[in-house]
Design a protein around this ligand. Structure first.
Ligand code: ATP
Ligand code: MG
Length: 352
């Protein structure tokens, strides 16, 4: 039975501030799952966000405010995510404690696990409850985020009259999206290749066991094209995306793509090898690719042949409903990979 006056769980509007583009997404929870209310992205100027740091908060704020206006989003409660050097995610193995004791312990002892001064960071943790009757120690996921970096985001969002209520981490958001779309029981590598960083998150039966950010991404391709043909950044980007024909540059372009993708694949293989050596009895079943860099033509096939895993492109909206008059189905499918992180944020409830 449904109670008539109980409002449905309110969700935040997800805001993913990448180094290439800002993505915004709003969902509604329904009886049948999620419904996409609004979705959009806008490219930000080069250098406005660098290694997870807001370098030009005013410009980025303006772009986000415009997106909210154009998409007609009224909900002010937002979640955003952080990544890069400003956030450390670490799994530590500790004696079982209740949450209060854990908090006390970590306030005193966290410094031995993280390379930052404890007074400079926001700390959060989650007990993964991996203890068993035979083993009274448990894994705890520790997250430390640099206050000054997070505060810059909070201030930027407040300045455009938004109410930030959730700070997420890219890797966790990716995991969240995955878990709403797929079974929790398999072993899978989630790989998001953005413009400036690659996030790898390997899940074993719903628990993150390998998590890392690596400083490689699709911007590398643009910069190499720019250098090889001595052209402006925007022209190199257009050439990379096939928006202008490669013509006599084709062969050199292919070399750039091939050497850069080989480097990406090596990094992914290193993480997979680490996983397999620690979990020989739980082999990975597949790899799910997201981020704009995942759309490099031929990358998925190359990865498949190099890792022997089945590789698929992430479509976070595959099980969601949407209003076909408001949102174009082709657009939704095309931008799916870039929207994997923002979708994970937008699934979070705004009241915890
Ligand atoms: N078909 C494609 N081939 C190659 N690169 C692509 C393609 N489509 C998009 N990209 C690249 O993907 C990048 C944008 O992806 P995404 O939106 O995931 O990055 P971001 O989140 O802004 O960056 P980051 O997370 O690294 O800070 C850009 O560099 C863009 O050129
Ligand atoms: Mg990104």
């Amino acid at each position: 039975m449904k109670l008539p006056f109980v409002s449905r769980e309110q969700l935040v509007v997800g805001v993913d501030i990448g180094s290439h583009a800002v993505k915004v997404c709003e969902f509604k929870k329904t009886d049948k799952g999620y419904h996409v209310l609004a979705l959009g992205s806008a490219v930000i100027p080069e250098g406005a966000v660098d290694d997870g740091t807001l370098e030009d908060p005013e410009k980025v704020g303006e772009i986000i405010a415009d997106l909210f206006k154009n998409l007609n989003i009224k909900n002010k409660k937002v979640g955003f995510s952080i990544s890069g050097y400003s956030v450390i995610v670490k799994k530590v193995n500790l004696a079982v404690m209740d949450d209060e004791q854990l908090e006390e312990y970590l306030m005193l002892e966290a410094e031995q696990y993280i390379p930052f001064d404890i007074s400079d960071v926001y700390l959060d943790f989650q007990d993964l409850k991996t203890n068993t009757p035979e083993n009274d120690r448990t894994d705890v996921m520790l997250v430390a985020a640099k206050k000054d970096i997070v505060d810059d985001y909070l201030e930027m969002l407040k300045n455009i009259n938004l109410q930030p209520v959730i700070v997420d981490v890219d890797g966790f958001a990716l995991e969240n999206t995955y878990e709403t779309n797929y079974e929790k029981s398999d072993n899978v590598a989630l790989v998001d290749i953005g413009a400036s960083k690659m996030n790898i998150n390997i899940l074993s039966k719903g628990v993150s066991v390998v998590a890392r950010d690596i400083v490689v991404g699709s911007r590398q391709l643009t910069e190499q094209i720019q250098g090889a043909f001595e052209m402006e950044y925007d022209e190199a980007e257009a050439l990379k995306l096939g928006q202008i024909p490669a013509e006599d540059k084709q062969e050199e372009m292919e070399e750039i793509f091939s050497s850069t993708c080989t480097q990406w694949v090596l990094e992914i293989k290193k993480a997979i090898d680490l996983y397999h050596s620690n979990n020989p009895d739980a082999p990975l079943s597949r790899l799910v690719l997201s981020g704009g860099g995942a759309k490099v033509v031929g990358l998925a096939e190359f990865l498949e042949s190099e890792t022997s895993l089945s590789v698929e492109l992430f479509n976070p909206f595959s099980n969601m409903s949407f209003n076909k008059k408001k949102i174009d189905a082709d657009y939704l499918e095309r931008v799916g990979p870039e929207m994997a992180i923002v979708s994970g944020i937008a699934i979070r409830p705004s009241v915890i």
